[in-house]
Every structure is written in C-alpha cells, then in structure tokens.
Ligand binder design. Structure first.
Ligand SMILES: [Zn+2]
Ligand SMILES: [Zn+2]
Length: 424
C-alpha cells in the first residue's frame, strides 16, 4: 500500500499541488491539473536507450576534443581551432574569468555530466544502488550549465561570420562535435528523471524515522487525533515527505528538505537587481573588436546583429537577436513581474505566470551564444593587422547578466506565486 501510494502521489514542482499520477500507457504523458507542468513524459520506464545514447555522446566527444574543429586561411597564413582554443584565446587576452566560464560550460561540464549520467544509468542497469541519489541530484543540477548544443550554434554563427572575410573549413573535430551534440540531445529526450528516482532506495536513517511515505500528518498527543500536516516535496527528487522532516536531509537524494526554497524571494530579487545594473554596460560597451587591414571596428551586441542582417544572414541575425537581446530582457522583466505579483499576493494570471517562468528557465542559457561566438572568433582570427578579433569589456558584463539571471530562475520558487493569494 505504502509503495503504491508513493508512486501515485506527486507534488507539482511549479505550483505545489499534490495530486495522483495515473498509471501511464506507452507514449502517454501526464500534466499537472492546475498549471500544466509535465509530470511524467513518454520516456517513462526507459533506462537502456538513454544509457546507450549518453555513452555514444561521451565516446564521440573525445575525438571532438582532440581533433581540430575549424581552420581558416587568409593571405597564405592558416589557423586551426580546437574545442579548447577559445578558452586559451580568452585567457591570453586577459579575460580569465570568461575563459573559466567557457571552459566549464563547453568542456568540463559536458564531460562531467555525460560520464556521471552513464555511471548512474549503468549502475541502475547492473543493480547497484549505493550513493546514486546524491550523484543523480548533482547531474540534474548540472544540466542547465552544460552547454554543448549552445556552443555548437555559436560555432555556426562564428563560421558564417568568418566566411564573409576569410576561407573557412570544417575539420573532423567539427563533424564529431555535431554528432556528439545530436547523441546528447537524443539521450535527453529518452531520459525520464522520475524513472531513475523511483528505482532508487530510500534511506531510513532520517531523524524522524518511519512515515516519510504515506502519513501526511502528525499525532496530537493531547487530543488523541491525527492532525493533517502539509506534504513537503524534495526540490531535487520530488519525493513527498511529511512536514515534520523539514530541515533534515531527503532520504532518497540527500538534499535539504524545506516547504519552500529558503530566502527564495530575497535572493532572486537581489540577483535580478544586479542583472538590471549590469545590463547597461553589457549593451553599451563593445563585446568584440574586429581589425581588418588596420581598420578597427568595435561591435556591441546590437551592432553585431545589424552586421549579420547587413550581410543577409537573416536566420542567424534572428537567433542572436532573440538570444542576446530579447531573452535576457524577458528574464529580468518577467522575474520582476513575478516578484511584484507575489509581493502583492495577486491571484491574477497564475497559470500564465507559471508557464512564462518555465519558458524563461528553459531558454535562459541560450543567451550565452554571443560569448561562445566571441571565443571562437578570438581563437581563429589572429592574423595581425590583416584580420584580428579581440574580446571587449562588454562581453564580461554580458556573461555576468546571463549567469545572474540563470541563477535567479534557479533560486526563485514558483510555488510562492501560488502560496501568496492563499495568504501563506
Ligand atoms: Zn502544477
Ligand atoms: Zn530528494
């Protein structure tokens, strides 16, 4: 009974509604009855498919790192770019923090994410379960910061811009990067988090002992009745526990259990304010300086988009405009709207606000395209006075805006919007 109930009852991570999850048929999915969040997808029950695809992506990523990605030739001189070239290029230009960020997002995190995912899924397949909860929690936390697919689009934009001035060739590493990214994206469509979580055991060493599964209440000794309590959902693995366990570690993944994320409102407000402040230099200062036959041209984000439009590269101009200008502004204004509505305990447009929150959380990391484009151009365009690319101060401010807003959507607790009108 307890097991059946544990599998059936879920709390929506976005609106907090506790509901029963119906038994799903193949290729069917279940959504939250209140806010429309996907609770169980068509990949439910799959372990072998995501394991095979993640392993393929990891294996192809190795030649994508060792082999060169692109080469450019200009006036008899040639330069080649590897996956790590952008990192060393930014480092030597004096942009050490940016080099670390690009290195983490495009190189370290993809390897870490894929290797850990393969290890967890292979262990599940072999029946080993120890410490998997902790590992899988960190894999899920790492996902938004692992940006292989965004780096690939950045390479496309850089390739299209380079082709206008020099000869560019895609080398074996470039093709491997495309294949590794495709395998990674396919693996993610086949990975169902709930399937992994439900296969993991619960540790019964919590301070409050038994009762984390089905008893959502506490025993009142004086009145000799059970007082209904609130169910708390773990923010990492979504396990439902009684509110008596608030403050202790989740018996499945080890995350700290809280009714709502602590200080979510204040931390998000501070991050959004910092994001607005840095948005001004990010757009006003040049992010990239291009030298062509001794003539210097400084590009801000908007002039970079205008240049793509001027060269008839309309789809790329649209992608960069949306990712670099629209998305950061949408995130800052959207989060401000959500914070103000929560403060005013507004019950209006709750579903729309929650859907919008999910949207900005999903698309947020795509704003990094411009950072990756700059890193590739800085690595490749080094032909002295003939053709050269240098990163500008605006790039650091822009990367800071993107990272701050990504943290802001992580720290915000969308369930606060639903609690506010109820006076909690
Ligand atoms: Zn919901
Ligand atoms: Zn948990």
């Amino acid at each position: 009974m307890a097991t059946a109930e544990r599998q059936a009852r879920v709390a929506c991570p976005d609106c907090g509604l506790v509901q029963r999850l119906p038994a799903l048929r193949r290729r069917h999915s279940a959504e939250c009855g209140r806010c429309g969040r996907l609770l169980a997808g068509p990949a439910t029950g799959k372990v072998d498919a995501p394991l095979a695809l993640a392993l393929t992506a990891l294996l192809i990523l190795i030649p994508a790192t060792i082999e060169p990605l692109l080469s450019v030739a200009s006036h008899g001189a040639a330069r080649t770019c590897w996956l790590a070239s952008g990192i060393s290029g930014l480092w030597h230009e004096g942009f050490e923090p940016l080099a670390v960020i690009v290195g983490a997002f495009c190189l370290a995190f993809p390897y870490l994410y894929l290797a850990a995912l393969v290890a967890v899924l292979a262990a599940l397949r072999l029946g080993a379960r120890a410490h998997l909860g902790w590992t899988f929690r960190w894999i899920m936390r790492l996902r938004p910061w692992m940006m292989l697919e965004i780096f690939l689009v950045g390479c496309f934009v850089a390739y299209s811009r380079l082709r206008l001035v020099v000869g560019v060739d895609v080398l074996p590493g470039g093709w491997c990067l495309m294949a590794a990214t495709a395998a990674l994206l396919l693996a993610l469509t086949q990975l169902d988090e709930r399937t992994v979580w439900e296969a993991l055991p619960l540790r019964s060493t919590t301070p409050h002992g038994r009762g984390h599964i089905s008893r959502f209440g506490r025993w009142d000794r004086r009145k000799h009745v059970r007082v209904p309590g609130r169910a708390i959902a773990c923010t990492a693995c979504e396990l439902l526990v009684t509110d008596a366990q608030a403050g202790s570690a989740c018996p499945r993944c080890g995350a700290a259990l809280y009714h709502r994320k602590p200080y979510a409102f204040r931390i998000t407000a501070a991050l959004v304010a910092a994001g607005f402040l840095l948005y001004v230099p990010a757009n006003a200062l040049p992010i990239l300086t291009l030298v062509s036959f001794g003539h210097e041209q400084s590009n801000t984000i908007i002039t970079g988009v205008l240049e793509l439009m001027h060269n008839q590269l309309w789809p790329l101009a649209a992608i960069v405009f949306l990712a670099s200008i629209v998305v950061p502004l949408l995130k800052l204004c959207g989060l401000t709207w959500m914070l103000l509505a929560t403060l005013q305990r507004s019950p209006r447009r709750l579903v729309a606000r929650t859907r919008f929150f999910r949207f900005i959380d999903t698309v947020g990391s795509w704003s990094n395209i411009d950072v990756f484009v700059a890193s590739v151009l800085v690595a490749l365009l080094q032909f002295g006075a003939i053709a050269q690319a240098r990163a500008g101060a605006g790039l650091t401010a822009f990367a800071a805006v993107v990272i701050l807003t990504m943290f802001a959507t992580r720290t915000f607790d969308a369930r606060l919007m639903w609690d506010a009108p109820e006076g909690e």
